[in-house]
Design a protein around this ligand. Structure first.
Ligand code: 13P
Length: 303
């Protein structure tokens, strides 16, 4: 049954000259069928580079919007039209404009998990993989950082810069508690703890490595450790296991599930290619303003 579905997706993909991109938090079967799997930065770079005519984006809306802005001549499809990111929706363009009025000299850095209108109001965009490097390149001016407060605190600490933060958060990351990490460490004393920067500060303090999802994959492939406690969305366990079948990966919390990432299914990928749905388009003037900030993001590669 599964192989028939996969065959059908392959046929449709070829006939549409489509590429399937998937984020590391996608359900395992979606990661397995994708042409490329990665973190937000890697996916943005792939979306900009591919010569496919259609991009089926298995992720959440801001990722598909980013692809549409970076590749305006391509058709970008989001297989589920309700796959939004609750963190991205924690700030509006009007709220950012008000904050900018309060800090008229500040530069604005927005996390890629943000609506396109917010990107259009920002000077720079970043992902969790390059936020630290990007802020390090900025001149000595006040910096507004939106919308994720936890990534913002991590960047402030690493760069020794004072950031003006917005109180946004990722619901799937803040459910991971200090106790979860302590319990996992007690059970697996030799394991290396990797946490995503969207985790809370007490969780990050107890962790050995603070990494984006792409950086986790890179770190594990270069590590001699045999077991890892993973403090991020549980889809990451599939990506890590696939790349490192002999290592052991322990989710810090089974509750760290992003319901929006899990909206994408094989059937929805088929429907997406069959009916060319759901097209993600960004109005041209808005896209041009957001693109400035996104281009700067793609240029800064993580160290
Ligand atoms: P990464 O860029 O690390 O993959 O993170 C994306 C994300 O949405 C985290 O919640």
């Amino acid at each position: 049954m599964q192989s028939k579905i996969l065959q059908k997706i392959k046929q449709l993909k070829d006939s549409r000259r489509a590429v399937i991109l998937a984020h590391n938090y996608q359900p395992g079967e979606i990661q397995d069928l994708a042409d490329f799997c990665g973190d937000s930065l890697g996916l943005s770079i792939k979306a900009a580079e591919t010569d496919a005519e259609v991009i089926v984006f298995c992720g959440v809306r801001f990722m598909a919007e980013t692809a549409a802005i970076l590749s305006p001549q391509k058709t970008v499809l989001l297989p589920d039209r309700f796959a939004d990111c609750t963190l991205a929706d924690m700030i509006t363009a009007e709220q950012l404009r008000q904050l900018k009025k309060k800090h008229p000299d500040a530069l604005v850095v927005c996390y890629v998990n943000s609506p396109v209108e917010v990107k259009a109001e920002s000077d720079y965009c970043c992902t969790s993989a390059n936020a630290v490097e990007l802020v390090r390149t900025l001149p000595a001016k006040p910096i507004i950082f939106v919308p994720d407060q936890h990534l913002g605190r991590f960047v402030a600490e690493q760069t020794k810069r004072d950031l003006i933060l917005w109180p946004g958060y990722c619901a799937s990351h803040i459910v991971i508690t200090e106790d979860d990490i302590k319990t996992a460490k007690a059970k697996y004393p030799g394991a290396v703890v990797m946490a995503h920067p969207e985790c809370t500060e007490p969780v990050k303090e107890l962790s050995d490595q603070i990494l984006s999802t792409g950086q986790m994959l890179k770190f594990v492939s270069g590590s001699t450790a045999e077991s890892f406690i993973v403090a991020t969305e549980i889809g990451m366990i599939h990506a890590l296991k696939k790349q490192n079948p002999n290592a052991e990966f322990i989710p810090a919390s089974d509750k760290a599930i992003c319901p929006n990432m899990k909206r994408i299914t094989l059937d929805k990928v088929i429907a997406s290619l069959q009916d060319m749905q759901y097209k993600v388009a960004v109005p041209e003037d808005m896209a041009a303003r957001a693109k400035r900030a996104l281009d700067r993001m793609v240029e800064v590669l993580p160290k």
